[in-house]
Unconditional design. Sequence first.
Length: 446
Amino acid sequence: MTRFRVGSATDTGRIRSNNQDSKLVSDNLFAVADGMGGHQGGEVASALAVSELRAAVHESSQQALTEGFRLANEAIYRKASDDPELRGMGTTLAAMTLIENELGQEELAWANVGDSRIYRFRDGELLQLSRDHSLVEDLRRDGQLTEEEAAVHPQRNILTRALGIDADVEIDSETVAPFVGDRYLLCSDGLFNEVELDRISATLRRLADPDEAAAELVRQSNEHGGRDNTTCVIIDVIDDDDRAGVASAALAGDESGLDSPTRQVDMTDHEAPVPPSPGRFGDDSSRDSDLPFGQAKGQGQEYDHLDRSTTRHITWRVILFLLALLVVGGVAFGAVTWYANGSYYVAFTEQDEVAIFQGQPEGVLWIEPEIDETFPDLRRDDLTGVQQERVQRERTYTSRDDAVRAVETLEFEVTEAERQAETPTTTAPTTTAPAGPADPTTTTTP
Ligand code: CA
């Protein structure tokens, strides 16, 4: 029987007025939800997500977990459509539950939508199991942002997937084999946006009590700024149905088996160290034979077997997902680029010359506006106060021609003003003379 010790903590933080995060800690089902939407929308959405999930998952299977996500999505979507006050609300949901796989073995299944995260802390290493469904993560995966840039990107709160936004939702879900000593962390972005991963690791290493560790992580988030709600659920595996014991016995058995004549014959076919003999935990050795050995960090055969079957099970889905992500990322990238580069505006350069810029005045994401053409003869000083204001408004045009026309208008106004200013000394005598007194220059001078 797999058993857990669980701790959790949540806090509004130091800036926000309400806590839109929700968490779920029950015997074998754990979740964190991070709601969004004006008024009370975020709170309603995240609370609904965990209550619907809890009501829906009454069977220990991965299907029951993902079905719970689907039902939660429907419930939030329906409520958002019915209540104008809650329109547009949505939430992330990251959850984990104990299941029994088709071989009758206990495993952990996790599922995720949005950018709350699921980490596994094992052997002192923190590994993110879930994938963020955010614009910044898409750009990072696309190679357009580094890990460091993504971590501090101003648009990192833009989600590409959330519960309650659409009638249907795509859910990520996988299974993992739990071992005694494993520590799982479910958290909202309030944590990892404030606290560096190294520090999260150090805290998980230092504090054995899950409640203490969760409270300490929330405290660190607030200490660093607490700009968002922070929620942590920590799940420690304290009994794994002797999974670890069986695994090490399997390793020990293989080592002691080296002395027997039959094992020595086997040895001639292998490089040391000897992989545990296939078939010890089942007879589908042929299924395993084409997979690389060693991804189980030497934990032994059973874990190895379970992890491999899980990997095989999800591979095609992962590929499909990555393809979909590429398409979505490509479309998003194209849209942003089009929006950023598809407009022009007139403004002053740093040298106070009038210029046509391509792009949006404030820039869009990573795309800054660029100077398309400068007009050195048209300087800030040449313009009247009203004209300067007109330029400073930085009105955007959808075509370059319109921007050129705006500059031409300015040029025309300036030359016209100059012409009128010059009028008295050059042409005034002839044009104003008929009605004027003896000395025309004195009457037309302002
Ligand atoms: Ca948040």
